[in-house]
Design a protein around this ligand. Structure first.
Ligand SMILES: [Zn+2]
Length: 312
């Protein structure tokens, strides 16, 4: 059963009652939030569930500028671009190595379009969705990538895809189950869905609790563990066929951004200096062994998963 959004007494995914597990002391636009856990579907969700108006506030204005300014000039710019290219390649490597070259890929919630542009440079037939018409027009103008505006469920697509990507997107969606069900229908027979989400069952959340950068409340509506993601995938008639709890792009960055808030990506872009940028890169390198070690133990900061349609 699905309950209406903003009906905050029950789990927004399955409708069963949830219980509080963590108060968030920070106030957002005059609202306070906590984390609630659902015993039934094992999802952890942001409570109260943000209203449509608050979600509009979150995604208006500056939200999409987060990754726009990454193409920098000079030696430092070269270093940043090289670092970004490596991180993008590593992010989607498990998907790309299982797809034929030139495969068709849909990226859901493409944000700045950085990953989609990388895929296009690598020769894939990439298309994107987002809720910002403005950013889709910008991506189309700069790279020719076709974009669909709106939520995945409401868009009608003319064809299916070999790969569908939810890169740090599923946790933002009011109904992740219906999004995965739609993605299932959009997959070709041998198609694969790639998902990356923060891992609420990882060591970083245990250590950092409400200061954990990847909680991102209230923008993140759901907080997944491998177990709850597996349950959700099963509900959407998908099998998780591969997973990892390490991401070179977000694992070490989670420690740096949580412990040194001044070095969070948004703030770095607002107050850019070579010193701050080099500090950020140096700290990320320093935290990499810890981030990698916790992932070896299955307790990494993110869940990266590949899913395919369950056999009929
Ligand atoms: Zn539930």
């Amino acid at each position: 059963m699905n309950v209406a959004m903003n009906d905050t007494t029950c789990c927004p995914s399955c409708g069963e009652p949830g219980k509080p597990i963590l108060e968030i002391p920070e106030v957002f636009n005059g609202h306070r939030f906590s984390l609630h856990a659902c015993d039934s579907c094992e999802l952890i969700y942001t409570y109260p569930f943000p209203s449509d108006a608050l979600l509009r506030d979150i995604y208006s204005g500056e939200y999409w500028t987060r990754e726009k300014t990454t193409q920098k000039q000079g030696a430092i710019g070269g270093l940043v671009n090289w670092f970004n290219e490596i991180r993008l390649a590593a992010t989607v490597k498990p998907l790309l190595q299982r797809l034929p070259s030139g495969a068709s890929i849909l990226e859901v919630g493409c944000g700045s379009g950085q990953l989609a542009k990388y895929l296009k440079r690598k020769g894939y037939g990439v298309e994107v969705t987002d809720i910002s018409r403005e950013i889709l027009e910008e991506i189309r103008a700069s790279s020719g990538i076709l974009g669909y505006c709106g939520s995945l469920e409401e868009i009608s697509f003319p064809h299916q895809y070999n790969g569908i990507i939810f890169n740090n997107v599923l946790e933002h969606l009011p109904n992740p189950l219906s999004a995965l069900e739609k993605a299932n229908h959009l997959l070709t027979a041998q198609g694969l869905i790639f998902i990356e989400v923060p891992n609420i069952a990882g060591l970083q959340f245990r250590l950092l609790r409400e200061s954990w950068y990847h909680l991102a409340i209230p923008a993140h509506l759901f907080h997944f563990s491998l177990q709850s993601l597996q349950k959700l995938a099963q509900e959407a008639s998908l099998d998780i066929t591969w997973h990892s709890t390490f991401s070179i792009r977000t694992s070490a960055a989670g420690y740096v951004a949580s412990i040194f808030p001044a070095l969070q990506p948004t703030k770095l872009r607002q107050h850019w200096s070579k010193f701050r940028l080099l500090s950020y890169l140096f700290l990320q390198m320093s935290f990499l062994p810890l981030a990698f070690g916790e992932a070896v133990a299955g307790k990494g900061a993110v869940i990266r998963a590949l899913c395919r349609r369950k056999p009929q």
